[in-house]
Design a protein around this ligand. Structure first.
Ligand code: FAD
Length: 276
C-alpha cells in the first residue's frame, strides 16, 4: 500500500486517556502518517483538549490537523482560535459545521461549513490546508442527494483543498460520489474514511446517528456474534481489509482511519494491506 494514510483521534478526557493516546500515537507513527487529526466538540466543548492534543502531535514531529466546527461560533471566536492554531504552527484544518447536542439552538454566525471555509480563507489566505467532510451515503439532514452534492461543491468552491468521507461499507457509494462530484467540476482529492470494526453496539449506534448504512449481511453477522468480541474483531478485520483493498485497487488518493484512539485494529488492517 503506497498511498498516504492519516489517523483521526478524539481528545481524551482524563489523564489516563491522555497517556493511553500517547502510546496509541507512538504505535501508529510507525506507519508514517501524512497527518494525524483531532476532533473538535461542536460548540467548542473540547477546545482545550483538542488544542493540547494537536500541539502534542506537532511536538512529536508529525503534522497535526485540527478539526474545527463552526456551529454556535462567532467570527470573533473563530478568528481568535485560528490565531491560536497559527501560533502553534498548525497548517491543516478539517473545517466542519458540527452538530450541537439536542437542546442547543443553532445560534452563532455561521450556518454551513462552506461559510466557515470562506471565512478561514478570507482571514488567513493560504495559511491552512483545508479539508472538508464528504458523505458518499448522503448527509442525514440533506434535502436531497443532489442538494448534498451541491453543498459539497460549495465547500470546495469556498476554498477547501481536499475532503475526507464519512465512513461507509458500500464502496460503490464512494465511487459514485467521486464520479458525481467530478461531473460537477469539483476536482479535489476525496479520501475515504475507514472505521475499523471492534465493537458492534457502538458501531450500530454511530451508524444510525451519522447515516452510514451497515449492509444487512454485516449487521446480521455482527448480531450473531453477540458478546463474542474476538469473533467481532476477526470478522471486522476481514471486512475492512477487503474494503480497503477494493479502494486501493481503484486508486484512492489516501485512506483516513477513524482510530477511536486504539492502535490495534488500524495497525492490523495496514499490516494486511502491505501483504497484498
Ligand atoms: P455542512 O457541509 O455544512 O452540511 C450540513 C448539512 O447542510 C448537509 O445536510 C448539507 O447537505 C446541508 N447544506 C450545506 N450547505 C447548504 C446550503 N447552502 N443550502 C442548503 N443545505 C446545505 N463533528 C464534530 O462535531 N466534530 C468533529 O471533529 C467532526 N469531525 C468530522 C470529520 C469528518 C471527516 C466527518 C465526515 C464528519 C465529522 N463531524 C464532526 C461530523 C459533522 O460535523 C456532521 O456530519 C455535521 O452534521 C455536518 O457537518 P458538515 O461540515 O459536513 O456540514
Amino acid at each position: 500500500m503506497n498511498i498516504p494514510i492519516s489517523f483521526e483521534f478524539f481528545p481524551p478526557k482524563t489523564p489516563e486517556g491522555t497517556d493511553k493516546l500517547r502510546l496509541t500515537r507512538q504505535a501508529l507513527y510507525a506507519h508514517q502518517p501524512e497527518f494525524c487529526s483531532v476532533t473538535f466538540g461542536a460548540g467548542g466543548s473540547t477546545q482545550e483538549g483538542t488544542f493540547s492534543t494537536v500541539k502534542a502531535i506537532q511536538e512529536e514531529g508529525v503534522a497535526a490537523a485540527c478539526h474545527f466546527s463552526c456551529v454556535g461560533a462567532t467570527r470573533a471566536t473563530v478568528r481568535e482560535q485560528l490565531a491560536a492554531l497559527q501560533a502553534m504552527g498548525i497548517q491543516r484544518l478539517v473545517a466542519l459545521r458540527g452538530d450541537l447536542p439536542s437542546g442547543y439552538g443553532m445560534g452563532g454566525e455561521f450556518v454551513y461549513a462552506s461559510d466557515l471555509v470562506a471565512f478561514i480563507r478570507q482571514e488567513t489566505g493560504d495559511a491552512f490546508h483545508i479539508e472538508v467532510a464528504a458523505y458518499p451515503e448522503i448527509h442525514p439532514q440533506a434535502k436531497s442527494a443532489e442538494a448534498d452534492l451541491q453543498a459539497f461543491a460549495a465547500k470546495v468552491k469556498a476554498g477547501a483543498n481536499s475532503a475526507i468521507t464519512q465512513y461507509f461499507f458500500n464502496a460503490d457509494a464512494y465511487f459514485r460520489f467521486v464520479d458525481d462530484v467530478q461531473r460537477l467540476g469539483v476536482d479535489v482529492p476525496v479520501v475515504p474514511g475507514i472505521m475499523p470494526i471492534t465493537n458492534s453496539t457502538q458501531l450500530m449506534r454511530f451508524s444510525d446517528a451519522c447515516g452510514t448504512e451497515i449492509p444487512r449481511w454485516i449487521r446480521l453477522r455482527l448480531q450473531g456474534f453477540g458478546d463474542d468480541t474476538a469473533s467481532i474483531k476477526r470478522f471486522g478485520l476481514d471486512v475492512m481489509t477487503d474494503l480497503c483493498e477494493q479502494l486501493c485497487a481503484a486508486g484512492v488518493p489516501g485512506i483516513h482511519f477513524y482510530t477511536m484512539n486504539q492502535a490495534a485494529a488500524t495497525t492490523e488492517i495496514i499490516r494486511r494491506l502491505k501483504r497484498v
